[in-house]
Design a protein around this ligand. Structure first.
Ligand code: ATP
Ligand code: MG
Length: 509
């Protein structure tokens, strides 16, 4: 078939950083080509160069698409040639409908007037192609992330697409939604479309990719063909991190003490729909030095539960009790929760975690200013030391801790959020999808830090959609479904099947 895309000798510099160094990428027509690499390796940057986000002239090297050299000066330019990118951060407008989002900037006109009928009809067709049966008038905010991702793809299909680029499309999807999305890509391939897929989920890559290119430190390490011989995850990992990784989870010897943190009969109503009970009488306890996992499908209410406990930053008409060492505490606001030593590390780093226009070191020390101050004055040297310490420990890839967080790669932003709360030194640490978008190597470092906290006697609550992570890290697991805890088990007696069964049987009655 031959290649559809050749990127040759691409070099891209930012002030103080060389993000790409002489990168080469060859993509065959009609294949699914995966790109892997550690956080900050340059994956998203390479795709932004390709799609004209960084226009010709701002990088060195050549792009050949369908045999012709291209110098794109904007996204519109590359779209014109059939290159469509779906970015790592979803870009839909929450309060607009599906149809409005799909045709945003590409409105269906009839004599200069938006043709509603045609918009509606085309949206229905496009939704069908991605397996959605929602009405085109549905607002984006009423869809789960899985469906939003499918709407992004429907939007891509509304344009003439030859090469579809997906930057971590399944990062926030559960297993079923991820599988559906990958099946869709396989279907597109059968119709001759070419696809570039960036993912940290190596099992997905080995499932669908025809070839894999690994980037390390801004350079191409290798492209492997998976059709000749199936590719094993360990090989990809070795190329990514440059060394063998024997274990994915650190070995722990839990030293679990008395119950420290307890939530009783926690009930929460929906923010807008007053009569909708979101969290239904949840009981949870965590012992000293214990890591407690909460399993459940996307939308089970885990995040809502955690947020409502953390200073009631979600929901209304909350009832129930929270106690610390047997004494009831008031967690009525985020400030009060923090003062009691509770920290909640969220999955949404933009919304709650970070000040993007601020330096890395300020972000890391933000939740524990006394830790870097003397007599109420921030000690800059100490702040620098603390930030550098975390930078080293979990390998935050940056030019220096003076860099603005907004310029970091997605995974490295997540590492800053984590550092911030780890440095806050909370008694109770609630981690909500802590390793989302984080590469395998750095995941291990983060697990080590979590294990260390538990060893120091802290209480950890771990919310994760990755079952292997829950099973690999927790001592005990609660299973949540539709706002209620439906099962509780010691991890030693738990398995993926057992957790799934608890969810399915709960749904039946
Ligand atoms: N606008 C920018 N200004 C300065 N540096 C940047 C900018 N965008 C990216 N970088 C730097 O370029 C490098 C590559 O970042 P990129 O986002 O391409 O990584 P990535 O491989 O996509 O990582 P992740 O898996 O975390 O998404 C990083 O060191 C990042 O900090
Ligand atoms: Mg990226």
């Amino acid at each position: 078939m031959g290649s559809i895309l050749e990127m040759k000798g691409i070099t891209k510099r930012f002030p103080g950083v060389i993000a790409l160094k002489d990168v080469n990428l060859v993509v065959q027509a009609g294949e699914i080509h995966a790109i892997c690499g550690e956080n900050g390796a340059g994956k998203s940057t390479l795709m932004k160069v390709l799609s004209g986000v960084y226009p010709a002239g701002t990088y060195e090297g050549e792009i050949h698409f369908e045999g012709r050299e291209q110098k794109f000066s904007s996204i519109a330019d590359s779209e014109e040639q059939g290159i469509i990118i779906i970015h790592q951060e979803l870009a839909l407008v929450p309060l607009l409908s599906i149809a409005e989002n799909i045709f945003l900037g590409n409105e269906q006109n009839k004599l200069g007037v938006i043709d509603r009928e045609q918009t509606h009809r085309r949206t229905v067709e496009l939704l069908k192609k991605v397996g959605l049966s929602e009405s085109p008038e549905t607002l984006i905010t009423d869809l789960g992330v899985g469906k939003q991702q499918l709407v992004e793809i429907a939007k891509a299909l509304s344009k003439k697409v030859k090469l579809l680029i997906l930057d971590e499309p399944t990062a926030s999807l559960n297993e079923n939604d991820s599988a559906a999305l990958l099946d869709l890509l396989v279907g597109f391939r059968a119709q001759g479309m070419t696809c570039i897929l960036i993912s940290h989920k190596l099992n997905e890559i080995s499932r669908v990719a025809d070839s894999v290119t690994v980037l390390r430190d801004g350079s191409t390490v290798q492209t492997m063909n998976c059709r000749e011989a199936p590719i094993c995850e360990d090989v990809i990992i070795r190329h990514m991190v440059g060394r063998e990784m024997a274990d994915r989870y650190p070995h722990r010897e839990p030293d679990i003490g008395e119950v420290v943190f307890e939530v009783k009969d926690w009930t929460v109503f929906h923010e807008q729909h007053e009569d909708r009970k979101f969290i239904k009488g949840v009981n949870l306890n965590v012992r000293r030095g214990e890591i407690v996992g909460i399993a459940g499908l996307m939308g089970a209410g885990r995040t809502e539960f955690a947020m409502s406990v953390f200073g009631r930053s979600y929901g209304r008409n909350i009832s129930g009790k929270v106690s610390l060492r047997g004494k009831e505490i008031d967690v009525g606001t985020v400030q009060k929760a923090v003062a009691h030593g509770i920290a909640y590390v969220t999955e949404d780093r933009k919304g709650y975690g970070l000040v993007l226009e601020n330096e890395i070191k300020h972000n890391i020390t933000l939740a524990n200013l006394p830790g870097v101050s003397r007599l109420g004055v921030i000690n800059e040297g100490r702040e620098y030391e603390v930030a550098n310490d975390y930078r080293r420990k979990i390998n935050i890839r940056c030019a220096g801790v003076f860099q603005h967080v907004g310029n970091l790669s997605g995974g490295n932003q997540q590492k800053v959020v984590l550092s911030k709360w780890l440095f806050a030194g909370p008694e109770i640490l609630i981690l909500d999808e802590p390793t989302r978008g984080i590469d395998v190597g750095a995941k291990y470092e983060i697990y080590m830090l979590i294990a260390q906290l538990a060893k120091e006697g802290k209480c950890i609550i771990l919310i994760s959609s990755e079952m292997p992570e829950l099973l690999g890290m927790s001592d005990r697991i609660y299973v949540m479904n539709e706002g209620a805890f439906v099962a509780e088990m010691q991890t030693a007696e738990a398995s993926q099947e057992k957790i799934m069964r608890a969810i399915v049987t709960a749904g039946k009655d």
